[in-house]
Ligand binder design. Structure first.
Ligand code: BES
Ligand code: MN
Ligand code: ZN
Length: 498
């Protein structure tokens, strides 16, 4: 199962068999509270530090086995000395890093006390969030868990803090967000034979237990609305397409117009008739990473009862080659009435978003719209796997996103939009064509989407590089990263909640 780490706040006893975690700065002195409970550990730490050149820098640790004078079988000393830039400790990262030093232990007890100064309850809660994000596993399809190398024992954690009460309260909110991240990761990691559009819609429907209103449109309903761009993508697939709308009305006034978050949910992208090369095609099960983020975000906001009105919309399709699939050369009429010449059936995400965005504006008149999509390989060429591409028609929204990005550590970089790029998708035969060629591919894709946005403040985030397959980090070891849930949760908290 994709279970999650057990984390409790409580009193420490560091019994036999456990690992005791303490923090030190360059002076190798644990906090006075630690010394009061476990005795003077400094001489032991000093000796071990000398033997292994440990200087207590951040992201370094010392593992002392069978520590003299303690019942615990390991004493794990984690460095928190300030770096050259004197930046404050990032406790989420610290939690993730610490977790990484503890595989193999059955029980880990963390003496969460600042060696000097103070760490409050929110710091402890951030630390717990880091543990939890790092501890995520997706191994439900592994039948031989014992011999798989990434299946080292995961310890149960007890965090001891002199602010345990505040920590517990602050952790509750963070764990709601962690659940959202885990849900998004699960959706991205699921194989495409299991998670096809109808099944994805079912998983979204499960949010009803948190008080989210979930409405699903089937192909017939979408046909009536004229969503021919979205439906065109699913034409070649034996699996039916869906559109799901999830509403959470947590604001004090239920009449406040919602923020809309729209996700690309291509459950598998073979490219269609413009079929992709075989190498790496299995990764295209993650082409619903935008939609996964939207569902994860809705979970997070509902689970923590966020005081915001929000609607999450996902367009769910599978892009396959078939005798009935759309062809290069086809011209379709989108829900907006604008016509699109298909020149490449592998540029399918923008077709899904075109109708999903139009439907969102028609139905909800949102205050702002943010869409997330694994839209282009070009954004990976431009920004790699560390940073997502941000496009916006509104400086204020873009700045709010940039601030949330700084605060959450999920980084975005703003890319340009403009008439010269827009011209590149004009078509000889229709209102527009669905690709503008290789040059500026992420930008022309964004221009295409913008043609389906009216006056509403809008931001488009191309998550092709960040939603999946990014290098493992302190807080994420999973292929599907759940990227964006923490970013948008932060945006809502800082900019839109009552
Ligand atoms: N889903 C892909 C983009 C993608 C590529 C996401 C790699 C994640 C990793 C998208 O549908 C696509 O195929 N885009 C094409 C557009 C091109 C045909 C204009 C691309 O980027 O090559
Ligand atoms: Mn594609
Ligand atoms: Zn795609």
């Amino acid at each position: 199962m994709s279970g999650s780490v057990k984390i409790a706040f409580g009193f420490l006893s560091a019994p036999k068999g456990s690992a005791l975690v303490v923090f030190v700065g360059a002076d190798m002195k644990p906090a006075p509270a630690v010394t009061a409970q476990f005795g003077d550990l400094e001489p032991l730490i000093r000796a071990a530090a000398k033997a292994s050149n440990f200087r207590a820098a951040q992201r370094s640790a010392l593992d002392i086995l069978a520590p003299a004078g303690l019942d615990a079988s390991r004493l794990v000393v984690v460095g928190v000395a300030p770096g050259k830039d004197n930046a404050p400790v990032d406790f989420i990262t610290l939690g993730g890093f610490t977790f990484g030093k503890l595989t193999g232990a059955k029980r880990a007890e963390v003496a969460f006390e600042a060696p000097s100064g103070t760490w409050d309850g929110t710091a402890a809660a951030d630390f717990a969030l880091g543990l939890r994000l790092r501890g995520y596993r997706f191994d439900k399809y592994k039948t031989r868990k014992k011999d798989s190398e990434d299946n080292g024992e995961i310890p149960d954690f007890v965090i001891g803090s002199s602010h345990a009460l505040a920590a517990r309260a602050a952790a509750q909110e963070r764990f709601a967000v962690a659940e959202g991240v885990e849900l998004a990761r699960n959706l991205v990691n699921e194989p495409p034979n299991v998670l096809f559009p109808v099944e994805f819609a079912e998983r979204a429907k499960a949010l009803e237990k948190l008080g989210v209103t979930v409405e699903t449109l089937d192909e017939k309903a979408m046909g009536k609305l004229g969503m021919n761009a979205l439906l065109a993508v699913g034409r070649g697939s034996a699996r039916e397409s869906r559109l799901v709308a999830m509403r959470w009305n947590g604001a004090r006034s239920k009449r406040t117009k919602p923020i809309a978050v729209v996700g690309k949910g291509v459950c598998f992208d073979s490219g269609g008739i413009s079929i992709k090369p075989s190498a790496g095609m299995e990764d295209m099960k993650g082409d619903m990473g935008g939609a996964a983020c939207v569902v994860g975000l809705m979970h997070a906001l509902a689970a923590r009862k966020a005081k915001v009105n929000i609607v999450g919309i996902v367009g769910l399709v599978e892009n396959m080659p078939d005798g009935d699939a759309i062809r290069p050369g086809d011209i379709i009429t989108s829900m907006s009435g604008q016509t699109i010449e298909i020149v490449n059936t592998d540029a399918e995400g923008r077709l899904v978003l075109a109708d999903a965005l139009w439907y969102t504006q028609e139905t909800y008149s949102p205050r702002a719209i943010i869409d997330l999509a694994t839209l282009t390989g070009a954004i990976i060429v431009a920004l790699g796997a560390e940073v997502a591409g941000l496009f916006s028609n509104n400086d204020e929204l873009a700045q709010r996103l940039a601030a949330a990005s700084e605060a959450s550590g999920e980084k975005v970089w703003r890319m340009p939009l403009g008439a010269a790029y827009d011209k590149m998708i004009d078509s000889k035969f229709a209102d527009m064509k669905n690709t503008g060629g290789r040059h500026g591919g992420a930008i022309t894709a964004a221009q295409f989407i913008q043609r389906f946005v009216r006056e509403t403040p809008w931001a488009h985030i191309d998550v092709a590089g960040t939603a999946m397959g990014s290098p493992p980090s302190d807080i994420n070891q999973s292929w599907g990263s759940g990227w964006g849930v923490r970013l948008l949760n932060r945006l809502m908290a800082d900019s839109y909640e009552d």
